[in-house]
Write a protein that binds this ligand. Sequence first.
Ligand code: ADP
Ligand code: MG
Length: 570
Amino acid sequence: MPIRILPPDVASKIAAGEVVERPASVVKELLENSLDAGASSVTVEIQEGGVERIRVTDNGGGIPGSEVELAFQRHATSKLQGPEQLDSVATLGFRGEALPSIAAVSRLSLTTRSSGADAGYGVHSEWGRITRSTPEGCPQGASVNVSDLFGNLPARRKFLKSNAAETSRVHDVVARYALVYPGVRFQLTVDGRSVITTPGSGKGRETLLVLYGPEVAAAMLEVSVHDPDTGWSVEGFISPPSVNRANRTYMTFFINKRWIQSRTLSYALEQAYYGLMPEKRYPISAINLGLPYEDVDVNSHPAKREVRLRQEGRVFSTLQRAVREALIAHSPVPQMSPPNGSQAVAAPPPAAGPSFFPRAAFSVPRPTVQSPPDAAAPGQYPPALKVVGQLKLTYIVAEGPEGMFLVDQHAAHERVLFDKLKLDADQRTTPSQPLLDPVAVELSPSQLEVLREQGDSLQTYGFQLEAFGDGAYLLRSVPQALTGQDPGKSLLDVLDLVPFEGLVHQQEDVLAASIACHSAIRAGKPLAEEEMTALLEQLEATPNPHTCPHGRPTMIHFSSYHMEREFGRR
Ligand code: ADP
Ligand code: MG
């Protein structure tokens, strides 16, 4: 076939396909236009998954009547004046492609009245051709009505999922924008039913309440870090480790208030929870990173979902540090859950909402109570703990200035050992215990595999091994943490634990975790008072005293305030 330039209507359908993939992408583009127009209220209405109809109405600045038709032309935008501005885009739109792309694959009506104008203006287009363009009365702002989406592209329409699935994607887009624009009132109506209404009060926690319900909203932790030197900021909400989800879809990131998907940022967030979050669980987040516009290249993806960052490594560590600091600062000691839940939950910070006290032995549900204003602020834990005794040969009962603490002896010791092993390994000073007589050990094929992968780390942590022919080794020294235990058996146990720990930990930490898990005091071991005191002191000195390396709590707190409430003294 000879080379030919495509007719304009084919070219525009192709171009439209890049921007408009499905109803949710239409909603995203229209929402972004409303936000760029400075709207304080945006209503999204969809019918039949958005295929039948999508209408987005805002109260923003609107479009002057003389410019409305121009907005339907490709590359027509009011947001970029010259090429140099492409290096520092401050608006969500800038490509001038959304309206023409959506118009090319639907029947589209736009009515708008710009601020200060007496009259409004309406344009109707069918499959990319304007069929009506007249003055029209309407409120200030803009309303875009899109119907019969992809009616002229049956192939594209076939690729859409069920109405319910497309609706849920639209819901997702509206919810994410609502999270990061708390000052804007968002409304989403699905087939005439109102499903999201945010107050637009400017308070992020009120949006969280609408989207996630009261418990999550109260528990979420605020992150607010500003660096005046660089102009960088990290702002938003993250869930405490106890509030988590089975997949990553609840992690929302914005850069300069633009919703983006970034594996780097997801990874940075997960890293910040490392050792605090239970295995294979993921946080909820709604975070906006503020970066100088010139450090972000937004022009790398037609739907603007991905951005290139000039200093990606630094963005990674800034996000990770901000989140980690918020987690450590807020991480309270878990308090007992109400009667219907059996495991401990992390209590929200006192000012943020209700906290719980055990009623496990009682059947009457108890109303949640506000923490008292004089409760110790989170982050001050653990206070100096005094041993009261041992319970079930598993828990240390301790008294602190703010009540009673139950400490899991194995989890606590594991945390102490893990942190110490890591610190020593970082400084290359792990103490090793030479054996008077070397011990011969025989390794199974899977243990040999671990040895092949972890040989260097084994040495770093104090194991000295010498090949002794055919799967056999001579063990000459062991980590000091293992002193007093059968050295050969310890080595084999540690090698067996490595693959298991590998599921939870980063490669460089698996050995420390395995050694810590193996050598930590077991449940069921009687402890002398001095041993318990020493353990609590060591626990208090670690940077993350509240969880073991697998994310389980090391202690549960029974506050004096709640005890007094329970006994009717308050
Ligand atoms: P872009 O957003 O990239 O500029 P669009 O095709 O989405 O391109 O929109 C074209 C132009 O139409 C915008 O630059 C803006 O001036 C105007 N516009 C679109 N939607 C609205 C709206 N809701 N309120 C005010 N102006 C709008
Ligand atoms: Mg736009």
